[in-house]
Design a protein around this ligand. Structure first.
Ligand code: ADP
Ligand code: ZN
Length: 525
């Protein structure tokens, strides 16, 4: 195999000649030059910013093979195919290879013929891999989806932990960690776990200005979804659901409504699932209804919308899932419908999950951070970016709260009533019952527990029940109350609530926006 002359192996000429792009984007050039000259790098760029080139070009420039650790076989396959098309010798080592294919890759590796080799995380830091690479010149290690190393991240994979050994196993070989997840906690963890303290850290803004954000209160989810989809006829998009059953029901129902929808979840027959994914990637105008099993590493540039019918578990997950829209930079819309039931369900998933208490606490905090974004009366974009430690002036003009500003109201008195209802009933009841108490609803439960005799009973009749539901969500988002999942979703007071009782703290609530559906009653001016 003939190597290009040294002069042609500088990064910019490779970018032009191999990839056909005229210029580097953002800080790609700085990342590339850091690694080409032997330094380590942590690359925190949002989805679509072009992380792949950051390791591919140094791997081509430097002597030896670049080893890319990647968590998904499908993703490896796509990248290797794309590289081969560009004339870059690349291969992947994973469990899907036949014996012959495996030997061929080993042979190419030992002859120094490869510029890039993709490997699964469970393989990279093993003695077997060390054997295989003995005497092979390694240009760099790139650890893609590096947030998988952190249990604070939303996609922890224990096998990533082993990658911390690469520093000792391959001294002097530059290492890179790349991810589109950037909450400060996860960021620090990546650096520590992978031994990248000396690495240069590159960040770029996480703002996706072409994505419009909208978050609505769920009321008639199917009708609401249909209204949203009607803005995207003939376009490609993703509808995320929490459960497999809901994926199937929703896809089926959408088809009866004239929406060309396909399902995708991990429990489906593999052939059908792969066919649906392929169709979505290759054809236009399809709506893919999926669980979060769909998406990582998917590069479909013209996804015009992402809808969530259920609340994700964290801002990171929400950001990553919505980030699959508009990778081509063209205007795209993301939309989510959520309600209190989601918060309870997510909380239960955390509680019933096998994680240690410390992790559960972090997961609850992550859920609350997302809830706070749902309930913010301010700019959504500003709130999302603030979560990632990035300042934004707000008033983005491309989110629902900016386009249709929500009014706020001084809810101090209402907050006191809502908190009093919790306190008086012994912190043992969920929001539904508490709203009944405030509205003075005489039913089996309010009577049985003697709540009809309490001063708070009926004390909230001046405000609609729907508003009380929203008050409780906002109290949760503000950290004034918490959900006790062990007590079936009972609301409990947080110590902070005391300052509200004492009127030391004013509470501002966002006004419910009049719905377009059945809740439009009495909403006209
Ligand atoms: P990420 O991994 O950060 O989500 P990718 O590496 O998949 O992003 O890149 C996203 C898209 O941008 C790809 O289609 C890629 O070819 C393109 N791209 C990356 N860098 C450049 C560049 N400098 N000029 C033009 N296009 C680029
Ligand atoms: Zn905004």
């Amino acid at each position: 195999q003939t190597r290009a002359p040294a002069g042609a192996r500088d990064p910019l000429s490779i970018l032009k000649r191999v990839y056909g792009y005229p210029a580097f984007r953002g800080s790609q050039a700085e990342v590339v030059s850091t690694v080409v000259s032997g330094g380590d790098a942590v690359v925190l760029f949002p989805t679509g910013a072009g992380k792949s080139l950051c390791y591919q070009i140094p791997a081509i420039c430097r002597e030896g093979v670049g080893i890319v650790v990647s968590p998904l076989i499908a993703l490896m396959r796509d990248q290797v195919e794309a590289l081969k098309q560009l004339g870059v010798p690349a291969a992947a080592l994973n469990s899907s290879l036949s014996g012959d294919e495996y030997s061929a890759v080993r042979r190419a590796l030992s002859r120094g013929e490869l510029d890039l080799l993709y490997v699964a995380p469970e393989r990279a830091a093993t003695p077997g891999f060390a054997d295989m690479t003995r005497g092979v010149k390694i240009a760099l290690f790139a650890i893609d989806e590096a947030h998988c190393v952190s249990q604070w991240g939303h996609d922890f994979r224990p096998e990533y932990r082993e990658l911390g050994k690469l520093a000792e196993l391959y001294p002097g070989v530059p290492r890179m960690a790349l991810t589109a997840t950037a909450d400060p906690h996860t960021r620090e963890d990546i650096i520590e776990r992978l031994g990248l303290e000396k690495a240069e850290v590159f960040t770029s803004s996480f703002d996706r200005p072409n994505i419009a954000y909208e978050i609505v209160e769920r009321d008639q989810p199917r009708q609401q979804l249909l209204r949203f989809l009607s803005r995207h006829e003939g376009e490609s998009g993703i509808v995320y659901c929490l459960s497999r059953a809901k994926v199937e029901d929703t896809a089926e129902w959408l088809n009866t409504q004239g929406v060309n929808a396909l399902g995708y979840h991990a429990g489906m027959d593999r052939a059908v699932r792969d066919a649906n994914q392929d169709a979505f990637l290759k054809e236009e105008g399809l709506c893919l209804v999926a669980t979060v099993a769909f998406g990582m590493g998917i590069d479909k540039p013209n996804v015009r919308y992402v809808a969530h019918l259920d609340l994700p578990g964290s801002v990171e997950a929400y950001y990553q899932e919505t980030g699959r829209a508009g990778r081509d930079g063209l205007p795209s819309e993301v939309w989510m419908a959520y309600g209190m039931a989601d918060v309870i369900q997510r909380g239960r998933m955390i509680d019933e999950g096998g994680a240690a208490d410390e992790i559960k606490r972090v997961e609850r905090a992550k859920l609350n951070a997302l809830l706070a974004i749902c309930e913010t009366p301010g700019c959504r974009r500003q709130a999302i970016l603030a979560h990632f430690g990035e300042a934004h002036a707000g008033h983005c003009g491309n989110c629902d709260t900016c386009l249709k500003p929500v009014e706020t109201w001084d809810g101090t008195e209402a907050a006191i009533k809502a908190l009093a209802a919790i306190y008086r009933t012994g912190e043992r009841f969920g929001a539904g019952h508490l709203v009944d108490v405030l509205m003075g609803v005489e039913n089996e439960r309010t009577l049985r527990f003697g709540h009809t005799e309490m001063p708070v009973f009926g004390a909230g009749k001046d405000i609609p029940a729907k508003t009380w539901q929203s008050v409780y969500r906002q109290l949760l988002a503000a950290g004034l109350v918490r959900i006790d999942h062990a007590a079936f979703g009972a609301l409990k007071l947080e110590p902070e609530a005391r300052s509200v009782f004492k009127r030391e703290r004013q509470v501002l609530f966002r006004k419910d926006r009049p719905g377009k559906g059945k809740s439009a009653r009495g909403a006209s001016p």
